[in-house]
Design a protein around this ligand. Structure first.
Ligand SMILES: C[S@@+](CC[C@H](N)C(=O)[O-])C[C@H]1O[C@@H](n2cnc3c(N)ncnc32)[C@H](O)[C@@H]1O
Length: 304
């Protein structure tokens, strides 16, 4: 099962900014669409270090590493990007990209348990070699905490009713069971959207610590970038995009006051310069509807 890369050329062109050599990081290998295009544009002295948490993605990456000595794969969350690279003797890199969220194979394979469309075991782990499955996680969590997560990460108004119904249902082993419980509890079905869409998104984000990982990753990425090195991040929903937008905003603006209402000695702490914010073209959205919600944000490391 394949994955169609989103904003493929836009991301690699922005990341390279006409360079053809250096050390680059692909924080989310997936099926390697971005890594492969990147390698094709880099010279023989360059290196690409790719990360993924998913054992299936790693198997594909291992094949690529056999074919191309410039390519290296690391089985780790990108939340540990700096320590992982430092452990390999790399202190600075020329560019870092991330294409967040789940891959199409993760969503499409019923056995990964991400989907309410394809019935499978209630799993939802990107790294299915460790950590609790959605089935285990739902059994352990308190109703109130679950409601808060569904509200925050699913932006679901009916989070309390849904959390109550899930806890009342007791142990569930399949995605279809969970989807049905949520559907029955949901008082208002939206057009063209399964009633469980928001709840599944929320549980997936929580289990995989998706937002925490992004928050940990972004400052480390800036620490690693050489002056003029680029950071390019693709996000697929507003919670992710907000984190990236706010981070780039903070790193690219001057601190204005010291919180005491007194003028402070302006210290220039800016580390980034905003470069661009790009959406998928109409043509791309037509060919790959998944790209509809994608935002690519690009920033460049300043030399201070
Ligand atoms: C949208 S896909 C990437 C697709 C890839 N750019 C391509 O063209 O094939 C996202 C990938 O990132 C991985 N991933 C998500 N969060 C991660 C994290 N915190 N650390 C490492 N990998 C992560 C997922 O397992 C998934 O394979």
């Amino acid at each position: 099962m394949s994955h169609i890369s989103v904003l493929l050329h836009e991301t690699i062109d922005a990341l390279l900014a006409n360079r053809h050599t250096g050390i680059y990081v692909d924080a989310t290998f997936g099926r390697g669409g971005h890594s492969r295009l990147l390698l094709s544009k880099l010279d023989a002295n360059s290196h690409v270090y790719a990360f993924d948490k998913d054992p299936q993605a790693l198997a594909v990456a291992a094949e690529l590493a056999e074919q191309d000595a410039r390519f290296h794969i690391i089985h780790s969350s990108f939340a540990d990007v700096q320590a992982q690279l430092n452990a390999r003797g790399i202190e600075m890199v020329d560019g870092i990209m991330a294409d967040l969220g789940v891959s199409s194979p993760q969503l499409d394979q019923a056995e990964r348990g991400f989907s309410f469309m394809n019935n499978g075991p209630l799993d939802m782990r990107m790294d299915n070699s460790q950590g609790p499955t959605a089935r285990e996680w739902l059994l352990d969590i308190e109703e109130e905490q679950l409601a808060n997560i569904i509200f925050k990460y699913g932006e679901e108004r009916y989070s309390r009713r849904i959390a109550k119904a899930i806890k009342q249902a007791g142990e569930m082993t399949t995605t279809a069971q969970l989807a049905e419980v949520v559907k029955v509890a949901h008082p208002k079905w939206e057009k063209n959207k399964h009633a469980a869409t928001r709840t599944f998104q929320a549980i997936r984000i929580a289990i995989n610590k998706e937002l925490e990982d992004i928050e940990n990753f972004l400052p480390q990425a800036v620490n690693l970038l050489k002056p003029e090195g680029r950071l390019a991040v693709i996000s697929f929903h507003s919670l992710e995009d907000r984190l990236i937008k706010q981070f780039i905003q903070k790193e690219s603006s001057l601190a204005e006051d010291n919180g005491w209402g007194m003028p402070q000695q302006q210290q220039d702490t800016r580390r980034l310069k905003k470069i661009s914010r790009i959406r998928a073209s109409e043509q791309e959205v037509k060919e790959n509807p998944r790209s509809r919600s994608a935002w690519l944000r690009v920033a460049e490391r300043l030399s201070n």
